[in-house]
Write a protein that binds this ligand. Structure first.
Ligand SMILES: Cc1cc2nc3c(=O)[nH]c(=O)nc-3n(C[C@H](O)[C@H](O)[C@H](O)COP(=O)(O)OP(=O)(O)OC[C@H]3O[C@@H](n4cnc5c(N)ncnc54)[C@H](O)[C@@H]3O)c2cc1C
Length: 325
């Protein structure tokens, strides 16, 4: 099925109340191998995709590095070719599910940055075994979504067979870019689902909680922010559906996918924050779940790309303004 169906599924998981704890647990295994599905050879698809689909293997997605941040062209992790294999050395950060993953989709440099036309050339993509004899995975203590681990990953002499390279050497960034739009669409859908879970709890609480002799939800100061959240989540959902439809039709979807991720994340965050405020002091108690939703709602704002860089992208690519970074 397409990204439209995947988005619907991820939104439903998050909206069930599972939020990002639930969605992130399956996210990578839904969209992550898209570059293999699109650019892998017939042999690779046969070897790599069925174990993921069957739930026999779990994968993680290793792009971000401590010294590169959002500037992917600055990736320093190296893969050196040696006969019929490569040897990888370097470090990644923020890698979700690396504690439990059997495999990793990893973007690394194969040609030194000084020898390429532009910094994003000379990167290659591999889907390979996360062999813990050569890979140390160290958990990061973080704000929320504790059900799904986030990690620093240190790679020291990991040997990777050449047949685990996806597509051509040096074109990995292009392949990852192709997977970024579906990921933005799924993250948008998850953020909207999370916002809906928060809104559902907030509305229920506003109907039940009686102060000054009436339900707090009878006050417009409580009603209006909730109504606003509903409209913003609906609008973000339409943008997400548009982006997913464009992707599934093979149309360019960069502006819609980025806009969906931005709008979905902001609408989700606002709904979670409003839900905490609607609960008053009880919003701060774990018993009512909305404090967890608020912590989780930061994730789609921060990752996989920041709101600032989405605004830069829209300004440059849609409005024709000069590149600012
Ligand atoms: C919970 C979680 C899970 C994650 N999972 C994964 C994963 O599984 N795999 C993976 O590879 N990565 C993962 N990430 C990493 C995530 O994709 C990055 O954190 C994100 O891309 C931002 O990179 P950075 O943190 O290095 O920010 P930086 O690049 O250091 O940026 C910091 C801030 O500066 C701003 N900034 C930088 N340059 C500019 C500019 N020119 N103009 C305006 N603003 C600018 C950014 O917008 C941002 O707000 C995860 C992150 C989190 C928090």
């Amino acid at each position: 099925m397409g990204i439209s169906e995947a988005a619907l599924m991820m939104e439903t998981i998050a909206a069930s109340g599972a939020g990002f704890s639930g969605a992130s647990a399956v996210h990578m295994n839904i969209f992550g191998l898209n570059p293999v599905a699109v650019y892998g050879s017939a042999e690779q698809k046969e070897r790599m995709l069925p174990p993921i689909a069957a739930g026999k293997e779990k994968a993680c997605f290793a792009v971000t590095e401590p010294n590169a941040g959002l500037e992917t062209g600055k990736l320093q992790t190296r893969a050196e070719r040696s006969g019929d294999r490569y040897v990888i050395n370097g470090a990644k950060i923020w890698i979700s599910t690396a504690q439990v993953a059997d495999k990793m989709l990893i973007l690394v440099r194969t040609t030194p940055v000084e020898q390429v036309r532009k910094p994003t050339d000379g990167l290659s993509l591999f889907y390979t075994a996360l062999d813990r004899r050569y890979v140390e995975v160290r958990v990061i203590d973080k704000m929320g979504r504790h059900a799904v681990d986030s990690n620093q990953v240190f790679i020291d002499g990991l040997k990777v067979p050449a047949e685990d390279r996806i597509g051509e050497e040096g074109r990995g960034f292009e392949y990852i870019l192709h997977g970024m739009n579906p990921e933005r669409i799924l993250i948008a859908a998850e953020a909207i689902g999370l916002g809906r879970a928060a809104l559902r709890r907030a509305s229920a609480y506003a109907r039940e909680r009686v102060v000054f002799g009436r339900p707090i939800g009878q006050n417009q100061a409580i009603q209006h922010p909730l109504a606003e959240c509903w409209m913003e989540l609906e609008a973000a959902e339409l943008m997400t559906r548009k982006a997913a439809w464009q992707y599934d039709q093979g149309m360019p979807c960069g502006p819609a996918a980025n806009a969906a991720k931005y709008l979905g994340a902001e609408a989700g965050f606002k709904a979670c924050q409003t839900a905490v405020m609607t609960h008053g002091g009880y919003g701060y108690a774990k018993e009512y779940h909305v404090e967890r939703y608020l912590r989780e709602s930061m994730i789609p704002r921060l990752a996989p790309v920041s709101p600032q860089l989405i605004l830069c992208f829209i300004a440059e690519k849609v409005l024709g303004l000069p590149k600012s970074y």
